[in-house]
Structures are given as C-alpha cells and as structure tokens.
Design a protein around this ligand. Sequence first.
Ligand SMILES: Nc1ncnc2c1ncn2[C@@H]1O[C@H](COP(=O)(O)OP(=O)(O)OP(=O)(O)O)[C@@H](O)[C@H]1O
Length: 246
Amino acid sequence: MTKITVSAKNLSRRYGARSAVQNIGFELRQGEVLGLLGPNGAGKTTTLQMLAGCLAPSTGSVEICGINLLENPREAKALLGYLPETPPLYRELAVDEYLRLASRLHRIPKNEIADAVDKARQRCGLTEVGKRLIGNLSKGYQQRVGIAQAIVHNPRVVILDEPTVGLDPIQIREIRSLIRELGGEHSVILSTHILPEVESVCDRIQIMHQGKLVFSGDMAALKQTYPDQANLEEVFIQLTKKEGSA
Ligand SMILES: Nc1ncnc2c1ncn2[C@@H]1O[C@H](COP(=O)(O)OP(=O)(O)OP(=O)(O)O)[C@@H](O)[C@H]1O
C-alpha cells in the first residue's frame, strides 16, 4: 500500500472573529501532487501555513509521515520543505551561499552540505548561477532558488504556495516540469489560481471556497461528479460563484 505522507484532520483557523479555514481534512500519498485551488481569500495560504507548521491551527491536527506536527514539530518539520507565497530569499547572498545557509537551517550534517547543495542546484536548473547574487537573478530563477531551499534536505513532503505566480510562459513551463519531477519522489502540495496548471501537473484537486473544501478528488472524479460541466474552469466557477473574502 502507498504510504500516507500528510494527514490533516478537522483543520480550522480563526483570525479573531473571521473564520479563514473550516474543518479541512485530507490525506496525501507518497508520489502524489495535490493542487489546492480557490479564489482570493479562500484560505489556501492559511491551510498551507498550517500544514507547514508555520501557523498553529485553532483546532485540528496534522501528521507528516505519521509524526504529529504540533506535538513533535522538529521531527515533523525535518520531513517538510516549504516555499511560502513570498520566497524567503536573501537578495544579497549568492545562490550557493544561500543554499548552504538553508542546508544548515535544515540541520544537514556539515559533511553532507556540499552534496546536498549540488543536488538541489542540479534539480532546479541552477548549476550555471551558483556564484550569482540572488537579487540580480530574474524572477523565474529566484523562484527556482526558493524551490531549491525547500528541497535541499530531500524532504518527503514539499509545500509550494503559488509557485508560478508572476513568471513568464517559458519559466512557468520549466517550473511545472520541475514540480512534476518532484512528484515522482516526494509528495507535493501546491496552491494556485491557474486552472491549466492543476490539469497539467496535479494528480488530485481540492477546491476551497470561503474556508471550506467544496471538492476533493481527481479529474476523473470531477468529470463524474459534474458531467454537465465541460471543464475544470466551469466547475470552479460553479463551486465558487459567491464573492471571495478579502
Ligand atoms: N493574519 C491575518 N489576520 C487576519 N485575517 C487574515 C490573516 N491572514 C489571512 N486572513 C484572512 O483569512 C482569509 C483567507 O486568507 P488566505 O490568505 O489564506 O487566502 P488565499 O486563498 O491564500 O488567498 P489568495 O489567493 O488571495 O492568496 C482571508 O479572508 C484573509 O483576509
């Protein structure tokens, strides 16, 4: 049986009186790429922050490869890589320097750092730019550096918040093929507004609306559930008709 890498149960998050995420639950298996879709303010970033252990849920629990993220954050986070919506880059560092720093933060043993950096650079197409300052790279390359820091410790689960936002069509194609490749070895959860991205990259789709999951399944299930809708876009529009929440 394929291993479950992420298990989220009854996840909810309130900001004061505002309920950003309500009772979300799902499981992710090794090798799967899961796409989290939803209009602005649907709760995608809040959900990913809770899955990455950066934001405490108001209620509910998350397990990463069977380890409870709230009870054993250090062990669980060692199995996670996270690219937040704004990549956590130091513009004044060279790519190699930054990836070495990320390796140390991920507690990679000193004698394994050079190999880890080399592998992440190769996987993310950064071999030619190791000595360049991050601040001088194009947005697409900066995004690759953001993904490289998320995978440098070879985590079981990779969480990517809008990984292709603001990129040109060629960069988008490259990052998508990188995500597909990551999905072979790791489990990947990504959030996006871009519907073709989900169709081309993801094995499974979850659509969020006003903090709730309104669909969860693969493309075949989506077509079966909504036989009258021609494509994902029409299903998305039908499920998220009401205004998003600011
Ligand atoms: N720190 C915060 N304090 C108060 N409200 C917040 C905070 N962070 C998010 N929210 C609210 O929670 C809701 C969900 O926001 P979230 O950023 O998770 O949505 P999203 O689906 O990622 O949106 P987008 O696609 O626009 O990035 C929104 O109504 C937002 O205004």
